[in-house]
Design a protein around this ligand. Structure first.
Ligand SMILES: Cc1ncc(COP(=O)(O)O)c(C=O)c1O
Length: 397
Protein backbone atom coordinates (compact mmCIF):
# COMPACT_ATOMS: atom_id res chain seq x y z
CA UNK A 1 0.00 0.00 0.00
CA UNK A 2 1.44 3.38 -0.94
CA UNK A 3 1.24 6.30 1.44
CA UNK A 4 0.24 9.62 -0.07
CA UNK A 5 2.35 12.56 1.12
CA UNK A 6 0.91 14.42 4.08
CA UNK A 7 -1.86 16.61 2.76
CA UNK A 8 -2.92 19.18 5.33
CA UNK A 9 -6.00 20.11 3.35
CA UNK A 10 -7.20 16.52 3.21
CA UNK A 11 -6.61 16.11 6.94
CA UNK A 12 -8.69 19.21 7.62
CA UNK A 13 -11.36 18.27 5.10
CA UNK A 14 -11.94 14.91 6.78
CA UNK A 15 -12.18 16.64 10.16
CA UNK A 16 -9.30 14.80 11.87
CA UNK A 17 -7.52 17.85 13.16
CA UNK A 18 -9.71 19.49 15.70
CA UNK A 19 -12.17 17.07 17.18
CA UNK A 20 -14.93 18.39 19.37
CA UNK A 21 -14.78 17.00 22.89
CA UNK A 22 -18.53 17.45 23.37
CA UNK A 23 -19.19 15.27 20.32
CA UNK A 24 -16.74 12.61 21.55
CA UNK A 25 -18.19 12.60 25.06
CA UNK A 26 -21.70 12.18 23.65
CA UNK A 27 -20.75 8.81 22.09
CA UNK A 28 -22.20 5.74 23.77
CA UNK A 29 -19.41 3.31 22.77
CA UNK A 30 -17.09 1.86 25.39
CA UNK A 31 -14.12 4.16 24.71
CA UNK A 32 -15.84 7.41 25.72
CA UNK A 33 -18.95 5.98 27.38
CA UNK A 34 -17.28 4.11 30.24
CA UNK A 35 -14.99 6.75 31.70
CA UNK A 36 -15.42 9.57 34.21
CA UNK A 37 -16.21 12.97 32.63
CA UNK A 38 -12.79 14.45 33.50
CA UNK A 39 -10.79 11.51 32.08
CA UNK A 40 -9.34 11.47 28.55
CA UNK A 41 -9.49 7.97 27.03
CA UNK A 42 -6.47 6.56 25.21
CA UNK A 43 -7.21 2.91 25.87
CA UNK A 44 -9.41 0.65 23.70
CA UNK A 45 -8.53 0.51 19.99
CA UNK A 46 -11.17 2.76 18.46
CA UNK A 47 -10.12 5.91 16.61
CA UNK A 48 -11.77 9.21 17.48
CA UNK A 49 -12.01 10.26 13.83
CA UNK A 50 -15.32 10.59 11.97
CA UNK A 51 -16.12 7.61 9.75
CA UNK A 52 -15.16 7.77 6.03
CA UNK A 53 -17.77 9.62 3.91
CA UNK A 54 -18.22 6.71 1.44
CA UNK A 55 -19.02 4.40 4.37
CA UNK A 56 -21.51 6.86 5.83
CA UNK A 57 -23.10 7.33 2.39
CA UNK A 58 -23.47 3.57 1.91
CA UNK A 59 -25.05 3.18 5.34
CA UNK A 60 -27.41 6.13 4.75
CA UNK A 61 -28.42 4.78 1.34
CA UNK A 62 -29.21 1.35 2.82
CA UNK A 63 -31.29 2.93 5.56
CA UNK A 64 -33.15 5.26 3.24
CA UNK A 65 -33.99 2.35 0.92
CA UNK A 66 -35.40 0.62 3.98
CA UNK A 67 -33.25 -2.30 2.91
CA UNK A 68 -33.16 -4.06 6.25
CA UNK A 69 -34.88 -7.36 5.48
CA UNK A 70 -33.29 -10.80 5.84
CA UNK A 71 -29.93 -10.64 4.10
CA UNK A 72 -29.56 -12.49 0.82
CA UNK A 73 -26.84 -14.66 2.36
CA UNK A 74 -28.76 -15.74 5.45
CA UNK A 75 -29.50 -19.42 5.43
CA UNK A 76 -29.97 -19.67 1.68
CA UNK A 77 -26.53 -20.99 0.80
CA UNK A 78 -24.66 -19.34 -2.05
CA UNK A 79 -21.34 -17.53 -1.92
CA UNK A 80 -20.13 -15.57 1.05
CA UNK A 81 -21.17 -11.89 0.75
CA UNK A 82 -17.57 -10.70 1.04
CA UNK A 83 -15.86 -13.36 -1.08
CA UNK A 84 -15.27 -11.12 -4.08
CA UNK A 85 -14.57 -7.93 -2.15
CA UNK A 86 -12.00 -9.65 0.05
CA UNK A 87 -10.33 -11.28 -2.95
CA UNK A 88 -10.13 -7.92 -4.72
CA UNK A 89 -8.81 -6.18 -1.58
CA UNK A 90 -5.97 -8.68 -1.29
CA UNK A 91 -4.64 -7.56 -4.68
CA UNK A 92 -3.17 -4.66 -2.68
CA UNK A 93 -0.99 -7.26 -0.98
CA UNK A 94 -0.16 -9.25 -4.10
CA UNK A 95 -2.17 -12.22 -2.94
CA UNK A 96 -4.81 -14.13 -4.90
CA UNK A 97 -7.00 -15.90 -2.31
CA UNK A 98 -9.57 -18.57 -3.18
CA UNK A 99 -13.01 -16.89 -3.15
CA UNK A 100 -14.74 -20.11 -2.12
CA UNK A 101 -12.54 -20.40 0.97
CA UNK A 102 -13.96 -17.12 2.35
CA UNK A 103 -16.39 -17.16 5.30
CA UNK A 104 -17.67 -14.09 7.16
CA UNK A 105 -18.26 -13.85 10.90
CA UNK A 106 -19.34 -11.14 13.27
CA UNK A 107 -15.82 -10.60 14.59
CA UNK A 108 -12.33 -11.95 14.72
CA UNK A 109 -12.57 -13.21 18.27
CA UNK A 110 -15.58 -15.31 17.32
CA UNK A 111 -13.72 -16.70 14.30
CA UNK A 112 -10.73 -17.69 16.47
CA UNK A 113 -13.06 -19.41 18.90
CA UNK A 114 -14.60 -21.40 16.06
CA UNK A 115 -11.14 -22.48 14.90
CA UNK A 116 -10.13 -23.54 18.40
CA UNK A 117 -13.41 -25.36 19.03
CA UNK A 118 -13.23 -27.24 15.73
CA UNK A 119 -9.52 -27.91 15.29
CA UNK A 120 -8.39 -28.65 18.86
CA UNK A 121 -9.46 -30.61 21.91
CA UNK A 122 -9.39 -29.48 25.56
CA UNK A 123 -5.80 -29.60 26.79
CA UNK A 124 -4.28 -28.99 23.36
CA UNK A 125 -1.67 -26.25 23.14
CA UNK A 126 -2.14 -22.95 21.33
CA UNK A 127 0.92 -20.75 20.80
CA UNK A 128 0.49 -17.03 21.28
CA UNK A 129 3.23 -14.46 20.91
CA UNK A 130 3.22 -12.00 23.80
CA UNK A 131 2.48 -9.19 24.40
CA UNK A 132 -0.88 -10.33 23.06
CA UNK A 133 -4.18 -8.63 22.35
CA UNK A 134 -5.83 -9.68 25.66
CA UNK A 135 -8.99 -11.45 24.37
CA UNK A 136 -6.82 -14.06 22.61
CA UNK A 137 -5.16 -15.22 25.83
CA UNK A 138 -8.48 -15.12 27.63
CA UNK A 139 -10.20 -17.12 24.89
CA UNK A 140 -7.58 -19.87 24.87
CA UNK A 141 -7.62 -20.23 28.64
CA UNK A 142 -11.40 -20.07 28.99
CA UNK A 143 -11.79 -22.74 26.30
CA UNK A 144 -9.63 -25.11 28.35
CA UNK A 145 -6.70 -25.11 25.92
CA UNK A 146 -3.08 -24.56 27.02
CA UNK A 147 -1.85 -21.06 26.21
CA UNK A 148 1.82 -21.45 25.30
CA UNK A 149 3.33 -17.99 25.24
CA UNK A 150 6.46 -16.98 23.36
CA UNK A 151 7.70 -13.41 23.79
CA UNK A 152 8.23 -10.77 21.16
CA UNK A 153 11.10 -8.90 22.77
CA UNK A 154 12.75 -5.56 22.48
CA UNK A 155 16.08 -5.95 20.69
CA UNK A 156 18.51 -3.41 19.30
CA UNK A 157 16.73 -3.69 15.96
CA UNK A 158 13.26 -3.26 17.49
CA UNK A 159 10.63 -5.77 18.61
CA UNK A 160 11.24 -9.28 17.39
CA UNK A 161 10.83 -12.96 18.22
CA UNK A 162 13.51 -15.61 18.49
CA UNK A 163 12.72 -18.32 15.91
CA UNK A 164 15.09 -20.82 17.52
CA UNK A 165 13.42 -20.54 20.89
CA UNK A 166 9.94 -20.67 19.30
CA UNK A 167 10.94 -23.81 17.42
CA UNK A 168 12.24 -25.46 20.61
CA UNK A 169 9.08 -24.57 22.55
CA UNK A 170 6.90 -26.03 19.82
CA UNK A 171 8.93 -29.23 19.58
CA UNK A 172 8.64 -29.66 23.36
CA UNK A 173 4.98 -28.70 23.80
CA UNK A 174 3.50 -30.12 20.55
CA UNK A 175 0.80 -27.43 20.20
CA UNK A 176 -1.82 -27.69 17.47
CA UNK A 177 -2.32 -23.99 16.64
CA UNK A 178 -0.04 -20.98 16.15
CA UNK A 179 -1.69 -17.57 16.45
CA UNK A 180 0.16 -14.86 14.53
CA UNK A 181 -0.89 -11.22 14.75
CA UNK A 182 0.62 -9.26 11.87
CA UNK A 183 0.87 -6.28 11.96
CA UNK A 184 1.31 -6.89 15.63
CA UNK A 185 -0.79 -5.36 18.39
CA UNK A 186 0.55 -3.78 20.61
CA UNK A 187 4.16 -3.42 19.36
CA UNK A 188 3.16 -2.23 15.87
CA UNK A 189 5.66 -4.55 14.15
CA UNK A 190 5.02 -5.40 10.51
CA UNK A 191 6.74 -8.75 10.08
CA UNK A 192 9.20 -9.03 7.22
CA UNK A 193 9.09 -11.73 4.59
CA UNK A 194 12.03 -13.46 6.32
CA UNK A 195 10.21 -13.50 9.67
CA UNK A 196 7.03 -14.83 8.06
CA UNK A 197 8.98 -17.52 6.25
CA UNK A 198 10.44 -18.64 9.60
CA UNK A 199 6.93 -18.85 11.09
CA UNK A 200 5.56 -20.68 8.08
CA UNK A 201 8.43 -23.14 8.10
CA UNK A 202 7.96 -23.86 11.81
CA UNK A 203 4.21 -24.39 11.33
CA UNK A 204 4.71 -26.74 8.40
CA UNK A 205 7.49 -28.72 10.08
CA UNK A 206 5.30 -29.25 13.15
CA UNK A 207 2.02 -29.84 11.31
CA UNK A 208 0.31 -26.84 12.90
CA UNK A 209 -2.73 -24.81 11.95
CA UNK A 210 -1.92 -21.09 11.68
CA UNK A 211 -4.39 -18.39 12.65
CA UNK A 212 -3.11 -15.20 11.05
CA UNK A 213 -4.85 -12.08 12.30
CA UNK A 214 -4.09 -9.45 9.65
CA UNK A 215 -6.74 -6.94 10.65
CA UNK A 216 -4.20 -4.11 10.96
CA UNK A 217 -2.72 -4.55 7.46
CA UNK A 218 -4.27 -1.38 6.03
CA UNK A 219 -2.65 0.66 8.80
CA UNK A 220 0.98 -0.16 7.92
CA UNK A 221 3.09 2.96 7.42
CA UNK A 222 5.34 3.13 4.37
CA UNK A 223 7.98 1.89 3.79
CA UNK A 224 6.69 -1.10 5.77
CA UNK A 225 4.51 -3.36 3.69
CA UNK A 226 2.12 -6.00 4.89
CA UNK A 227 2.60 -9.52 3.51
CA UNK A 228 -0.20 -12.07 4.07
CA UNK A 229 1.43 -15.24 5.40
CA UNK A 230 -0.90 -17.34 3.21
CA UNK A 231 0.60 -15.65 0.14
CA UNK A 232 3.99 -17.27 0.77
CA UNK A 233 3.11 -20.68 -0.69
CA UNK A 234 0.15 -22.99 -1.36
CA UNK A 235 1.46 -25.23 1.42
CA UNK A 236 1.16 -22.56 4.11
CA UNK A 237 -2.12 -21.25 2.63
CA UNK A 238 -3.68 -24.70 3.07
CA UNK A 239 -3.04 -24.68 6.82
CA UNK A 240 -3.73 -20.98 7.49
CA UNK A 241 -6.91 -19.19 8.51
CA UNK A 242 -6.38 -15.55 7.56
CA UNK A 243 -8.60 -13.14 9.46
CA UNK A 244 -9.31 -9.53 8.68
CA UNK A 245 -12.02 -6.87 8.48
CA UNK A 246 -12.50 -3.27 7.47
CA UNK A 247 -13.65 -2.38 10.97
CA UNK A 248 -10.28 -1.45 12.49
CA UNK A 249 -8.74 0.60 9.68
CA UNK A 250 -12.05 2.27 8.82
CA UNK A 251 -13.19 2.73 12.39
CA UNK A 252 -16.54 0.97 12.60
CA UNK A 253 -15.91 -1.82 15.11
CA UNK A 254 -19.48 -1.42 16.37
CA UNK A 255 -20.81 -2.90 13.11
CA UNK A 256 -19.30 -6.33 13.95
CA UNK A 257 -18.22 -7.75 10.62
CA UNK A 258 -15.10 -9.83 9.97
CA UNK A 259 -13.92 -12.04 7.15
CA UNK A 260 -11.79 -15.18 7.12
CA UNK A 261 -10.02 -17.17 4.43
CA UNK A 262 -9.94 -20.78 5.55
CA UNK A 263 -7.18 -23.01 4.22
CA UNK A 264 -7.94 -26.29 6.04
CA UNK A 265 -10.73 -28.10 4.15
CA UNK A 266 -11.89 -29.91 7.30
CA UNK A 267 -12.61 -26.58 8.99
CA UNK A 268 -14.58 -25.27 6.01
CA UNK A 269 -16.56 -28.49 5.93
CA UNK A 270 -17.27 -28.35 9.68
CA UNK A 271 -18.48 -24.76 9.43
CA UNK A 272 -20.67 -25.52 6.42
CA UNK A 273 -22.15 -28.58 8.15
CA UNK A 274 -23.10 -26.66 11.32
CA UNK A 275 -26.79 -25.91 11.98
CA UNK A 276 -28.12 -22.75 10.29
CA UNK A 277 -27.01 -19.51 11.91
CA UNK A 278 -25.35 -21.29 14.84
CA UNK A 279 -22.42 -18.87 14.51
CA UNK A 280 -24.74 -15.92 13.85
CA UNK A 281 -24.91 -14.20 10.47
CA UNK A 282 -23.17 -11.04 9.33
CA UNK A 283 -25.58 -8.13 9.14
CA UNK A 284 -26.59 -5.93 6.21
CA UNK A 285 -25.01 -2.72 7.52
CA UNK A 286 -21.69 -4.38 8.32
CA UNK A 287 -21.49 -5.78 4.79
CA UNK A 288 -22.47 -2.48 3.13
CA UNK A 289 -19.91 -0.58 5.20
CA UNK A 290 -17.14 -3.09 4.44
CA UNK A 291 -17.80 -3.01 0.70
CA UNK A 292 -17.86 0.81 0.63
CA UNK A 293 -14.68 1.05 2.69
CA UNK A 294 -12.73 -1.35 0.51
CA UNK A 295 -14.08 0.01 -2.81
CA UNK A 296 -14.19 3.77 -2.15
CA UNK A 297 -12.43 4.48 1.16
CA UNK A 298 -8.76 4.56 0.26
CA UNK A 299 -8.51 8.36 -0.02
CA UNK A 300 -9.84 8.67 3.51
CA UNK A 301 -7.56 5.85 4.67
CA UNK A 302 -4.47 7.55 3.24
CA UNK A 303 -5.40 10.72 5.12
CA UNK A 304 -5.86 8.71 8.34
CA UNK A 305 -2.41 7.18 7.94
CA UNK A 306 -0.96 10.66 7.46
CA UNK A 307 -2.63 11.89 10.63
CA UNK A 308 -1.52 8.79 12.54
CA UNK A 309 2.07 9.06 11.34
CA UNK A 310 2.22 12.69 12.47
CA UNK A 311 0.63 11.77 15.81
CA UNK A 312 3.05 8.90 16.31
CA UNK A 313 6.04 11.17 15.76
CA UNK A 314 4.62 13.81 18.05
CA UNK A 315 3.99 11.33 20.89
CA UNK A 316 7.39 9.68 20.55
CA UNK A 317 9.17 13.08 20.57
CA UNK A 318 7.17 14.17 23.56
CA UNK A 319 8.01 11.01 25.47
CA UNK A 320 11.71 11.26 24.69
CA UNK A 321 11.85 14.91 25.75
CA UNK A 322 9.37 15.11 28.62
CA UNK A 323 9.18 11.57 30.00
CA UNK A 324 12.64 10.10 29.35
CA UNK A 325 12.14 7.36 31.94
CA UNK A 326 9.48 5.81 29.66
CA UNK A 327 10.70 3.81 26.69
CA UNK A 328 8.84 3.62 23.43
CA UNK A 329 9.57 2.47 19.87
CA UNK A 330 7.68 4.09 16.99
CA UNK A 331 5.24 1.50 15.63
CA UNK A 332 5.49 0.44 11.97
CA UNK A 333 1.70 0.15 11.81
CA UNK A 334 -1.42 1.09 13.74
CA UNK A 335 -2.12 3.75 16.34
CA UNK A 336 -0.99 2.10 19.55
CA UNK A 337 2.20 2.71 21.51
CA UNK A 338 3.56 0.05 23.80
CA UNK A 339 5.25 1.97 26.60
CA UNK A 340 7.77 0.45 28.99
CA UNK A 341 7.17 2.25 32.29
CA UNK A 342 9.31 -0.04 34.48
CA UNK A 343 11.41 2.89 35.67
CA UNK A 344 8.33 4.55 37.16
CA UNK A 345 8.11 1.65 39.66
CA UNK A 346 4.33 1.67 39.90
CA UNK A 347 2.26 -1.27 41.08
CA UNK A 348 -0.06 -0.72 38.07
CA UNK A 349 1.01 2.10 35.75
CA UNK A 350 -2.43 2.38 34.13
CA UNK A 351 -4.00 2.98 37.54
CA UNK A 352 -1.29 5.57 38.26
CA UNK A 353 -2.07 7.50 35.05
CA UNK A 354 -5.82 7.25 35.62
CA UNK A 355 -5.49 8.66 39.14
CA UNK A 356 -2.65 11.14 38.70
CA UNK A 357 -3.20 12.29 35.09
CA UNK A 358 -6.88 11.51 34.46
CA UNK A 359 -5.84 9.62 31.34
CA UNK A 360 -7.14 6.12 30.66
CA UNK A 361 -4.57 3.72 29.17
CA UNK A 362 -4.67 -0.06 28.71
CA UNK A 363 -2.87 -1.91 31.46
CA UNK A 364 0.01 -4.14 30.40
CA UNK A 365 -1.02 -6.84 32.89
CA UNK A 366 -3.65 -8.28 30.56
CA UNK A 367 -1.20 -8.70 27.63
CA UNK A 368 0.54 -11.74 29.10
CA UNK A 369 3.50 -12.66 31.28
CA UNK A 370 6.26 -10.05 31.49
CA UNK A 371 3.99 -7.18 30.45
CA UNK A 372 3.24 -5.87 33.94
CA UNK A 373 5.41 -2.74 33.58
CA UNK A 374 3.82 -1.66 30.30
CA UNK A 375 0.86 0.45 29.28
CA UNK A 376 -0.66 0.84 25.83
CA UNK A 377 -1.50 4.29 24.56
CA UNK A 378 -3.95 4.91 21.71
CA UNK A 379 -2.94 8.02 19.74
CA UNK A 380 -5.75 8.00 17.14
CA UNK A 381 -7.19 11.35 18.06
CA UNK A 382 -6.76 14.98 17.07
CA UNK A 383 -3.59 16.91 17.97
CA UNK A 384 -5.39 19.16 20.46
CA UNK A 385 -6.60 16.16 22.50
CA UNK A 386 -3.31 14.32 22.16
CA UNK A 387 -1.40 17.38 23.38
CA UNK A 388 -3.60 17.51 26.45
CA UNK A 389 -3.12 13.77 27.10
CA UNK A 390 0.66 14.13 26.88
CA UNK A 391 0.74 17.24 29.09
CA UNK A 392 -1.28 15.46 31.74
CA UNK A 393 0.96 12.40 31.60
CA UNK A 394 4.16 14.46 31.72
CA UNK A 395 2.90 16.43 34.71
CA UNK A 396 2.00 13.20 36.54
CA UNK A 397 5.37 11.64 35.83
C1 LIG B 1 -4.99 -7.47 16.41
C2 LIG B 1 -6.46 -7.40 16.67
N1 LIG B 1 -7.23 -8.43 16.34
C3 LIG B 1 -8.57 -8.40 16.54
C4 LIG B 1 -9.16 -7.32 17.13
C5 LIG B 1 -10.62 -7.33 17.38
O1 LIG B 1 -11.31 -7.66 16.23
P1 LIG B 1 -12.86 -7.95 16.34
O2 LIG B 1 -13.49 -6.70 16.88
O3 LIG B 1 -13.27 -8.25 14.95
O4 LIG B 1 -13.01 -9.11 17.27
C6 LIG B 1 -8.38 -6.23 17.51
C7 LIG B 1 -9.00 -5.07 18.15
O5 LIG B 1 -8.39 -4.13 18.52
C8 LIG B 1 -7.00 -6.27 17.27
O6 LIG B 1 -6.20 -5.26 17.62
Amino acid sequence: MTDHPANEMALRAYGFDNLDLRWLRSKTGVKWGRIAPDVLPAWIADMDFPVAPPVLDALAATLSRGDLGYPAWSNWGGPDPLANDFTKRMELYHWAPQPDWVRSFSDIIQAIQIVIQTMTAPGDGVVIQTPSYPPFLKTVTMMGRRAITDPIERTEGGWSFDPQRLRRTIVEERPRVLIVVNPHNPTGRVFTRAELEELAEIAIANDMVVVSDEVLADLAFAPHRHIPIASLSPEIAARTITMTSATKAFNFAGLRCAVTHIGPAELREAIDAAPPDVFGVVNVLGIEATKAAWCDGDGWLAAVRDRLRQNRDMVCDSIVQRMPMITCDPPEANYLLWLDCGKLHKEDTAVFFREAARVELSTGKSFGPGCEDFVRLNFATSPNILTEILSRMAAAV
